[in-house]
Design a protein around this ligand. Structure first.
Ligand code: UDP
Length: 311
């Protein structure tokens, strides 16, 4: 198949492109490097079935020829990114989603929206099933991301219902692994790079807030499984292994032998207190569940950061 991946120079999408190529597909990635990185394309650009188009997907999708599948992955995706890039974030969810859906309608292609666990906001239901409608602050600092993704889900369902486009919606929970940006502000790259530099890890608030981390290989297998399933309803993809941020900090300090401990910093506004996916839908529909354990995932991620962190 010929597969278009928006945001192809990003963390998860670059891994997705790699797996698609290994399965024999032709892949066209589109990115404008607003948060993606050229370095993530290095292994892809040498592949004969890969091509890259530099473009702003909120304005256009200048890819010639028919495509069979569109993975709409483009968006700033870390809290500091979407605070610095509020309009890019809003338009990735709105304009870029509409443009990609129009393309699918024209080409008869199947569409997958990368949505997010952020549609659940600061969840009052725990753990989160897809049937939960969420608890989102519509005007808070995170709202440009959360509400853009909620709009993106709505416009995706509208194209499905009114135009008959084959659509898929994945709600991606916290994902980690090689190629995360060192300075994107997210907890994994922050803690790992601090630990490698023998600095104290910056725990926000009391560190009792929880997240559930999924290794990127498992995530990509989930995206591919969902795309080829017949599920038009949203589908959680994440690892239900939940931990507090203090537990995460202690694990990383112990694994890296960092003696510097932790320092506490103020908790950002609207920081969700808990997050854990229910993955029954993915398991029942396309037999997906995570395979990479936390210890292995951390080992592979720390190995990557050892290669890029300046000590
Ligand atoms: N966090 C932290 N220290 C950091 C960065 C993040 O304690 O240096 C916390 C943050 O407050 C949140 C959790 O780690 O509770 C996950 O944050 P991240 O930005 O990775 O993702 P998200 O909040 O979108 O789940």
């Amino acid at each position: 198949m010929r597969v278009l991946v928006s945001g192809g120079a990003g963390f998860i999408p670059s891994h997705l492109c790699e797996v698609l190529l290994s399965q024999g597909h032709e892949v066209v990635a589109v990115d404008n490097f607003v948060t993606g990185h050229r370095r993530n394309l290095q292994t892809l650009l040498v592949h004969p079935n890969f091509s890259f188009v530099e473009a702003d997907v909120t304005k256009e999708l200048p890819v010639a020829g028919r495509v069979d599948r569109v993975f709409h992955m483009a968006s700033p995706a870390s809290p500091i990114d979407y605070v610095q890039l509020p309009f890019e974030t809003l338009y990735c969810g709105s304009d870029a989603t509409r443009i990609a859906l129009d393309r699918c309608r024209k080409d008869g292609a199947r569409f997958l929206l990368a949505s997010t666990s952020e549609v659940y906001g600061d969840p009052l239901v725990h753990p989160q099933p897809e049937s939960y409608w969420g608890n989102v602050n519509p005007i808070g600092p995170r709202s440009v991301y959360d509400e853009a993704k909620r709009f993106a889900e709505a416009v995706t369902m509208a194209y499905h219902r009114y135009h008959g486009v084959e659509t898929r919606i994945v709600r991606i929970f916290n994902t980690y692994g090689p190629r995360m940006r060192e300075n994107d502000g997210r907890v994994m790259p922050a803690f790992i790079s601090q630990a490698l530099r023998r600095q104290p890890l910056t725990v926000f608030g009391d560190g009792q807030q929880t997240r559930s981390f999924c290794f990127v290989d498992d995530n990509v297998r989930g995206l591919l499984g969902l795309m080829e399933s017949d599920l038009a309803e949203p589908c959680n993809i994440g690892n239900p292994h939940e931990m507090t941020m203090l537990e995460l900090a202690e694990y990383i300090n112990e694994y890296t032998g960092n003696p510097a401990g932790v320092v506490h910093r103020p908790l950002p506004q609207d920081d969700p207190t808990q997050r854990k996916p229910i993955i029954d839908r993915a398991r029942a529909t396309f037999g997906w569940e995570p395979r990479v354990g936390f210890a292995e995932g951390i080992e592979r991620t720390v190995a990557y950061f050892r290669g890029i962190v300046q000590l």
